[in-house]
Every structure is written in structure tokens, then in C-alpha cells.
Design a protein. Structure first.
Length: 242
């Protein structure tokens, strides 16, 4: 059974530039007045600007701004260019990240995906009519403080983290099949490790096997070994640092 991917095409333009910021009080007040991204509901039209505040020891704030080149109606058709200003505790802009042509079905989020007590930035890119979504992941570390685009993952059921330290993304093909991919960080990059397919039946039971069209070639395992290891993985929604 092959995976059904959305037919919506996306070209994500990524620009990471150093930005010289300042701590002008008026600008700081304006930023603080922006709503938290978790409180913003986006359904159609131009989404409002918002902010993310990290509680990790870097204490960064992420100011999310949207520009809608051609307004349309509906969350599945509206496109926006998104810029995210990474600011320090002093209010100075440290870095500006950009994604162009994203669908406005959700706001960026923070999550400790790497289990390193630092928040990573997760930016929604696009979503298909079947609900399959793609998310961009950015990572910075204490050693390399600039955020780098680590890669893209499927995020139908949100971004998850497994008990064995994998980043978990998922998608679906029809109502019965759920595709689950497992990733790990290699420095600043996300590397695919394994993929499985979980198929549900009408009585609520399910079967699980390796996805031979997935990324398990990076695991060094056979299909049977992939199924034995990764079908037993437990995972939960990844949360930001508290």
C-alpha cells in the first residue's frame, strides 16, 4: 500500500540572516503587546502577528509576523510569507528566519524535540485536503546559538517525541493507515531513521509493519527488525521547556 501525499505543492523559501537589533522601549512595548501564538486562532484571511516566549535558559522571544501577498478565503488556500524575529532578553533582534508561501492553518510552536533543555522552533508549512501537514524544524544549541533549518517532517498529529529519544512525525493514507516516521538530530540536522505503517481495523485492533517506502534504509535494519523495534516505540506530544 503506497502512501498518499497531498497534491498541494509548496516551495518554501528559507532565509536566515543576521539582524542588528536595538532595545528601543517603544518597540519592546509593542512586541510585548502581541498575543501569544497559542492564543491565536487562524481560519482565513491575514493571520495576526504573535509571539512565542521560551522558558529555556536562553530566554528568547520569537516575534512572528505575516505578510499575505494575495488574500483569499479559507485556511487551505490562504498563503502567507512568515518572518520570525529571534530576540534576546535585551529586546535586540539576534536573527530573522523566513518561510515564504506557507499555508495559514496554524502558528509556529516551541518544543524540546532534541531533549537538550533547549526549545526548537516548529513552523507549519502546508496542509493537504486529507489533513497531512508538513512542518519545518529549526534548531539552535548552546554551542551554536544561531537557529538552523534542521529539516521538514510530517506532523498530522502534531510533533511527538518517543521514550527512546526519537522525533516522531506522522501522516495518513485514508482512514485506516497511519504512517509514522522516526528521526534523530545529527548536530543541526534532522536525519530520518525508520518508518512504519500502522493499519487499523473496524474492531479497533491494528497491525504494524515497516514502511518499505519510508526512510528506514538509514536504520541499518531489515524490515522485520524495523517492525520489531519501532512498532513498540511509545511517544507523546513534544512540549516546550517548562
Amino acid at each position: 500500500m503506497s502512501r498518499f501525499w497531498p497534491t498541494v505543492a509548496l516551495v518554501a523559501g528559507v532565509l536566515i540572516t543576521a539582524a542588528c537589533g536595538h532595545s528601543d522601549k517603544a518597540d519592546g512595548d509593542a512586541t510585548t503587546a502581541l498575543p501569544l501564538c497559542a492564543d491565536v486562532h487562524t481560519d482565513s484571511g491575514a493571520p495576526p502577528d504573535c509571539r512565542l516566549v521560551s522558558r529555556d535558559h536562553a530566554g528568547l522571544t520569537f516575534v512572528v509576523r505575516h505578510r499575505v501577498p494575495t488574500p483569499t478565503s479559507g485556511a487551505y488556500t490562504q498563503k502567507a510569507d512568515v518572518t520570525i524575529e529571534v530576540t534576546g532578553r535585551d529586546g535586540a533582534v539576534r536573527q530573522t528566519l523566513s518561510e515564504s508561501g506557507t499555508q495559514t492553518f496554524g502558528e509556529p510552536q516551541l518544543a524540546n524535540l532534541a531533549d537538550d533543555n533547549r526549545d526548537q522552533l516548529v513552523v507549519p508549512l502546508w496542509i493537504g485536503a486529507n489533513g497531512n501537514a508538513t512542518l519545518a524544524v529549526y534548531r539552535a544549541t548552546d554551542a551554536d546559538p544561531d537557529f538552523v533549518r534542521a529539516g521538514e517532517i510530517g506532523g498530522l498529529f502534531g510533533v511527538n517525541r518517543s521514550t527512546n529519544g526519537y522525533v516522531v512525525g506522522s501522516s495518513k493514507s485514508g482512514p485506516a493507515d497511519k504512517y509514522i516516521d522516526f528521526w534523530r538530530f545529527d548536530g543541526a540536522k534532522l536525519v530520518g531513521v525508520a518508518g512504519i505503517i500502522q493499519t487499523y481495523t473496524a474492531d479497533g485492533s491494528s497491525t504494524c509493519k515497516a514502511n518499505d517506502e519510508g526512510n528506514h534504509q538509514n536504520s541499518g535494519m531489515t524490515d522485520d527488525e524495523v517492525a520489531q523495534k519501532f512498532c513498540a516505540e511509545k511517544y507523546t506530544r513534544a512540549e516546550p521547556v517548562h
